[in-house]
Design a protein around this ligand. Structure first.
Ligand code: NCD
Length: 306
């Protein structure tokens, strides 16, 4: 079996590898600014996007990234696959592996699903979000977006506000940012902050004002209702009042504080539209950077870099 390179999580990458992936993404970003947005780098390679959970940005940007590298792509989504007929993930993956793809990009509702495929399937596995565990390419595109504006990650004060307990974006964000030396504080109601979260390398508070004070970057997160068995807050209205971000709240942060959100936004809940669409928002730049980061990750996993 050839040595395969996966991207399963940021937790097992060191700061130097994360930095290299960001530099590589910066290079691939140039391709998306050309009139002809395509290079032959992965010609003849096959990338399968296996998405068992809903996705707009992640799925489309993985597909565009693979196409811009000239790889052949195949998209399979949960609702239209034989999973609905009772096939297990491993059986589905084994059948896909019979086509000998180079890379399988997996989004799955269960934490650890990509790790399972990495153990049993002969292809590189890229985690496109596994339950509430990690979303490493989102973490990388968030780091890239911050680095482009602030020219550094080290020493920045980053507030991550929302449903930290059920968010894979939060986990990859905390891990990636703290590895690169940022000062991360997570914030949300007590029901949404997992006990012991500090072990990931961040501070935690239930007080929105404390999180926002002096922040260089604020990352707002959606309540992950699809992962909840019961409501964790009395109502969306009260949540917005206590933990949402509006122009008044944003004034507590530094004047040049960046506002980020991985999408999809629940407007009027975690984010006031005036902030989401305001001058400090880099939300659509995050989406744009998703392509370059995923090109870098596909190239890295295909054995391209280093
Ligand atoms: C996130 C996800 O799926 O984890 N979205 C994304 O990938 N851009 C965040 C979310 O669904 O709230």
């Amino acid at each position: 079996m050839r040595t395969r390179r996966h991207l399963l999580e940021l937790a097992s990458l060191d700061a130097a590898t994360i930095g290299q992936l960001l530099d590589l993404a910066e290079t691939f970003g140039d391709i998306s600014r050309r009139p002809i947005k395509k290079v032959p780098t992965l010609r003849g390679r096959t990338v399968v996007n296996l998405f068992m959970e809903p996705s707009t940005r992640t799925r489309t940007s993985f597909e565009l990234a693979a196409k811009r590298l000239s790889a052949d792509t195949l998209n399979i989504s949960g609702g239209s696959s034989s999973v609905v007929k009772g096939e297990t993930l491993l059986d589905t993956a084994r059948n896909i592996a019979a086509y000998a793809p180079d890379i399988i990009v997996l989004r799955h509702q269960d934490a650890g699903a990509p790790h399972l495929l990495a153990r049993h399937i002969e292809a590189s596995i890229v985690n496109a979000g596994d339950g509430a565990h990690e979303h490493p390419t989102q973490g990388l595109l968030d780091l890239l977006s911050i680095r482009q504006h602030k020219k550094r990650i080290e020493g920045l004060r980053v507030a991550i506000i929302g449903d930290i307990a059920h968010s894979r974006v939060a986990r990859s964000g905390i891990v990636g940012l703290s590895k690169l030396g940022a000062d991360v504080i997570v914030c949300g109601p007590p029901t949404m902050i997992p006990p012991g979260v500090e072990a990931l390398g961040c501070a935690a508070t239930f007080d929105r004002a404390e999180a926002l004070d002096g922040a260089d970057v604020v990352m707002m997160l959606r309540i992950q209702k699809e992962r909840l068995e019961e409501e964790l807050f009395p109502s969306d209205r009260e949540y917005a009042r206590a933990y949402g971000l509006d122009p008044d709240g944003l004034r507590r942060a530094k004047p040049d504080c960046l506002v980020m959100h991985p999408g999809p936004i629940n407007r009027g809940v975690e984010l006031d539209p005036r902030v989401a669409d305001g001058p400090q928002s880099i939300i659509l730049e995050q989406v744009h950077n998703g392509i370059a980061v995923r090109m870098a990750v596909l190239y890295h996993c295909a054995g391209g870099a280093g």
